[in-house]
Design a protein around this ligand. Structure first.
Ligand SMILES: [Ca+2]
Ligand SMILES: [Ca+2]
Length: 366
């Protein structure tokens, strides 16, 4: 091997040796074959040869260094170019990365915007759903009300038809009544005419009655004179009647009962003569048989005859008032419902209404 490597270095420097140089087309075997036939040359010749080889080596070393330097430079250039390409690629990649990041951020922002839009849409959808449900509930309520109203309408319609029937029946009755009324109106007019005739006749009769009454009183007076002494003791006579003037004082009710017990009643004054007679016999107020106990203002005699019927009355009155009966309530809150001839401090010729609870003398008649 050493021989071969020695031969190699030898061969490399044999480029300018025309003597031992073998062409590049020669193989190792050829070289080996050549070396098999190699025989050391004489020493002199060898030194020269070494010197020559040394010269060649001196020449080869710088060449090799230069070649190595060139190779290194080329390698550096290649590395520089590669580095430059890498840097450029890196910048492009960096730029692309930045662009991608920007795009990604834009996409992200868009996605966020879309999320916000989605949330707004979802909220709007929920609101719309709630509104729709409310509307639906309201529609259901309205539907219920409508059905109830429809039922009421049907009922009213039935009621209206019934009422219409009743109205028609009433209208028929009204027509009948109208006819009856017209007939009755004719009868009423005929009766009114008859009433006027009777009223006229009655007025005539009344005149006759007054004349007869006057004649009767005259005859009564005459009779009373003739029958003097007819009444029992303690009673005074006027015409055919007897009168008792009490000395004791009672309230109106007890006075009335007292007279009944004596077989008479409280005096009923129906003429001026009777009034004059009664007032002429007394010096103070006396109960008479007149009262409005049952109905205020409706004066009745004790025989249940209304005062209006006799139409003979002698109530106290003055032009400036107050007039009797006045139903005065200052002494008795129930008012004044019994009549007396004369007043405690007033005219004994006139009638006054007084509280029935008062104690007074009284006049009986029988
Ligand atoms: Ca009264
Ligand atoms: Ca009075």
């Amino acid at each position: 091997m050493q021989a071969i490597s020695g031969n190699n270095s030898f061969d490399l420097c044999k480029m300018d040796s025309s003597e031992n140089y073998h062409s590049p087309s020669e193989t190792e075997d050829d070289v080996y074959l050549n070396t098999q036939y190699w025989h050391p040359k004489p020493k002199k010749y060898t030194d020269i040869f070494v010197l020559r080889e040394l010269k060649k080596v001196k020449f080869c070393i710088p060449s090799l260094g230069l070649l190595l330097l060139l190779g290194a430079l080329m390698a550096l250039c290649a590395v520089g170019i590669l580095y430059h390409n890498k840097v450029v690629s890196f910048e492009i990649l960096h730029e692309q990365s930045e662009n991608a990041t920007v795009t990604l951020m834009m996409q992200e922002n868009k996605a966020k915007d879309k999320d916000v839009s989605f949330e707004i849409l979802r909220e709007q959808y929920e609101n719309a759903t709630a509104t729709l449900m409310m509307q639906e509930n309201k529609a259901k309520e309205k539907e219920g009300m409508y059905e109830a109203l429809e039922v009421k309408y049907q009922e009213l319609n039935v009621s209206y038809n019934k009422k219409e029937g009743m109205y028609e029946a009433l209208e028929v009755k009204y027509q009948e009544l109208n006819v009856s009324y017209n007939r009755k109106e004719g009868m009423y007019e005929a009766l009114e005419a008859k009433y006027l005739e009777l009223n006229l006749s009655c007025s005539n009769k009344e005149g006759m009655y007054e004349a007869l009454k006057e004649k009767y009183q005259k005859l009564n007076l005459s009779c009373s004179i003739n029958q003097r002494g007819r009444c029992v003791e303690g009673w005074k006579t006027l015409g055919l009647k007897c009168y008792y003037f009490s000395t004791e004082k009672l309230n109106w009710i007890r006075s009335r009962d007292y007279c009944v017990e004596k077989g008479g009643h409280l005096v009923i004054i129906t003429s001026q003569t009777e009034q004059n007679f009664a007032s002429s016999q007394i010096r103070e107020t006396h109960w008479i048989g007149l009262n409005d106990l049952e109905t205020e203002g409706k004066w009745m005699w004790v025989n249940n005859q209304p005062l209006k019927e006799t139409d003979v009355k002698f109530w106290f009155s003055t032009p400036e008032g107050p007039n009797e009966p006045d139903n005065w309530k200052k002494e008795d809150h129930s008012g004044e419902d019994c009549a007396a001839l004369g007043h405690e401090i007033g005219d004994i010729n006139k009638w006054f209404d007084a509280s029935c609870r008062k104690q007074k003398r009284f006049i009986c008649e029988k």
